[in-house]
Each structure stands twice: as C-alpha cells, then as structure tokens.
Design a protein around this ligand. Structure first.
Ligand SMILES: [Fe+2]
Length: 180
C-alpha cells in the first residue's frame, strides 16, 4: 500500500483509507489493483521481453479498461526500469526535475516500487507518495511533481494516456521546492 511523507514536517501517513483521504484532498487519484494476479515470476522480474510485457498488460486488461473507460485514456503501455536499463542514472536525473503536464500522469505499479514527489496545497507543501505493486495513482494536469525510483531501483508500471502530446514535461521553477 502507498505511504505518504510530508516533507515539511516529516509526518508519515499510512493505511489505505488514510492515504486515500489525504490524496483525495490533494485531488490525486489513488486506487489499488491486485498485483498478486501476476504469475509469481513476473512479480519480481524487471527485464521483460515483449511477450512478458503483453502478458502483464493482458493480466490487468479489465482493470486497465475500467480505468480508461471512466477517465478517458485512449492508449497505454508498460515501462520497466532497473539497473539493467541503459543510462538509468541519466534518465533519473531527467525525471527528477519538478514539472507539470497538460494532462494527468497515471501510473499503475505492477512490480517494484516508485515514488512521486508532488506539490500539495499551501498548507501541506511538497509530499512524497511511496508506491508499491498494486498502487495506482493519477497526478492531475498542471500539478507540479516528479517521479523517481526508490532504493531498490526497480519498477514495472502501466502508463495510460489521453493523448501522447499531453505527456510533454513543462519545467516548473519553484523557489519553495523542498529537496528532501
Ligand atoms: Fe510527470
């Protein structure tokens, strides 16, 4: 289950209902899929063949179509990142810049872990959402954020898009950004 850390206070929020209530207030969608639907070997595999990627997408076909139907996503794909990814460090450096998009950023984690850093309402400031397998998140359009990996540096996630152009990152300069 996802966990929240508020950067200002270092307070943590855990438990599905608490996390959901906090994220609701921040207008961040949070849902959960059953990641154990995946065959055991795919729950811990981060270098995937095209066949394995297709197998993961078909395992979650009903969840993907349900989410897409409710929220208007038209295309989706699967990304896998790990130390085996060429130029992972360079890629992460690029990821770790606060930015916005013109459409929401949706990720459904099917294996591994990841973290979204999001600029919350003024009373909250920046907060981290630590995600694990089964967690589904949508950061609204125009909401400043970035994504990175956690210490294990391994993730597999479904990404859903309305239009691929909406995914372009617009840098968000913010003197109040809290680095940790
Ligand atoms: Fe983004």
């Amino acid at each position: 289950m996802a966990e929240i850390r508020i950067r200002n206070s270092n307070d943590r929020i855990s438990g599905e209902q608490n996390v959901k209530a906090f994220l609701d207030k921040q207008e961040v969608l949070y849902e959960h899929w059953d990641a154990t639907k995946l065959p055991q070997e795919l729950q811990e595999k981060f270098i995937l063949s095209d066949e394995e990627k297709a197998q993961i997408l078909s395992t979650f076909d009903s969840e993907i179509n349900d989410l897409a139907g409710r929220r208007g996503y038209k295309t989706w794909d699967l990304i896998a990142l790990s130390d085996a990814t060429p130029n992972l460090d360079e890629l992460l450096k690029k990821f770790e810049q606060v930015h916005t998009h013109t459409e929401d950023e949706v990720r459904a984690i099917t294996a591994g872990k990841g973290i979204f850093i999001i600029k919350g309402t003024d009373d909250v400031g920046y907060f981290d959402v630590e995600l694990e397998a089964g967690d589904v998140i949508s950061v609204p359009e125009h909401k400043a954020h970035f994504f990175t990996l956690m210490d294990n540096r391994q993730i597999v996630a479904v990404r859903l898009f309305i239009e691929t152009e909406g995914w372009i990152a617009h840098p968000y300069a913010d003197s109040s950004f809290q680095k940790s």
